[in-house]
Design a protein around this ligand. Structure first.
Ligand code: NAI
Ligand code: ISE
Length: 336
């Protein structure tokens, strides 16, 4: 059986996901496209030789009879309305992060999904599908390094455009750590604080960069995450867990070591598309398989909500300079 997919938003990641649905994944086919910039869709139809209808209205794509599942890869503020419409139409929906730009927006989706009686939503948090994070989790669960006490993490991008604002360090960038660290530790967060080190001269005038986010979990585990989005040298994701009996680090992506001109060196990737290329393939194949089998298992609307609750507190902490509490309601049995 093949899943017929409609894609809303054909920019950077939309294009990547269309490529993988058409050329990499099994049992998936892109049959419909929408973007406020129609020429993006036309270009993609040409580039990937797609047999896909271009819709001028996203809501028409969502309700189109030939579309069985929706991928939402448009800008963050548009996600909530499209996901709600997909649930309303009784269709499965894969939504890129963030599920919605506020916790309340995510809760609206959680409530609509529960009312529909069936899990239909997967959020595009791909790191739980990354082989490195999976290996790190299996070390933690083996008990080899004892109970985790502290985590030291970094999320570095070489550069960002002028449209990137200080709160996007949380809502666009840290949101991945907020999800994956909760998954890794199986704990929620209880507080957040944000510290601003000396600013890099490479950042635009309105952007505070870098930032350090300090999180505390329910068991008292302390996490520091450096967000540095104009680090220049590469796209670099770090995670080190300090346990009672040892330390476990996220493995570096595979890279050939060279010895040349009196130097020993290994390359560092420069963009997220390549760093997580396998994880994106696996997460989307899981979505396709789960929709076809009727059993959704990926990052859920509740996970999207949990990350957004923590993100809201981090944004409040950016503004107040204080330690802000994070109050997570109990997870409904629907999401067990
Ligand atoms: P982008 O700006 O390259 O593409 C977004 C596309 O959505 C554009 O073509 C734009 O015209 C279209 N669009 C905007 N509003 C629309 C609307 N109302 N209806 C239809 N189309 C609309 O942005 P990018 O980088 O592709 O990001 C898209 C989303 O994916 C964001 O939420 C971003 O956070 C997420 N993302 C996730 C990544 C991950 O690692 N999981 C990596 C990159 C992006
Ligand atoms: C981007 O939107 C992503 O989601 C990438 O995975 C992340 O590393 C980057 O910081 C974001 O801007």
């Amino acid at each position: 059986m093949t899943l017929n997919i409609g894609v809303i938003g054909t920019g950077a990641i939309g294009r990547e996901h269309i490529r993988r649905c058409s050329q990499v994944l099994q049992n998936a086919r892109v049959v419909a496209l929408n973007d406020i910039n129609r020429s993006n869709c036309e270009q993609i139809v040409r580039d990937f030789d797609l047999q896909a209808e271009i819709y001028d209205n996203a809501h028409d794509l969502i309700t189109a009879p030939e579309v069985q599942a929706i991928l939402v890869t448009s800008w963050g503020p548009t996600h909530e309305a499209f996901v709600l419409a997909a649930i309303q139409a009784g269709k499965a929906v894969f939504c890129e992060k963030p599920l919605a730009v506020t916790a309340q927006g995510c809760m609206n989706i959680v409530e609509a999904e529960m009312a529909s009686g069936k899990k239909r939503v997967q959020v595009g948090f791909m790191r739980p599908y990354d082989s490195g994070y999976l290996a790190l989790k299996s070390v933690l669960e083996s008990g080899e390094i004892g109970e985790p006490l502290m985590l030291h993490c970094a999320h570095r991008n070489p550069e960002v455009g002028d449209a990137y604002t200080t709160d996007m360090a949380i809502t666009d960038t840290l949101i991945h750590e907020l999800d994956v660290l909760r998954w890794l530790l199986k704990e929620d967060y209880v507080s957040a604080q944000v510290i601003y080190p000396r600013k890099t001269r490479k950042a635009s005038s309105h952007l505070k960069d870098p930032q350090i986010v300090l999180l505390e979990t329910t068991k008292g585990t302390r996490i520091d995450v450096e967000i540095f989005v104009n680090c220049e040298y590469g796209y670099d994701i770090q995670c080190e867990v300090v346990g009672e009996a040892g330390i476990a680090r996220l493995p570096e992506p595979m890279s050939v070591q060279t010895r040349r001109a009196a130097r020993l060196s290994t390359g560092i990737l420069t963009d997220w598309k390549k760093r997580f290329i396998d994880a994106y393939d696996v997460e989307l194949q899981a979505f396709v398989n789960n929709v076809l089998s009727g059993n959704m298992t990926g990052p859920s609307a509740w996970d999207g909500y949990a990350a957004a609750v923590a993100a809201d507190a981090c944004v409040a902490a950016q503004r107040s300079g204080n330690i802000e509490p994070i109050a997570m309601p109990a997870r409904p049995a629907f999401y067990d």
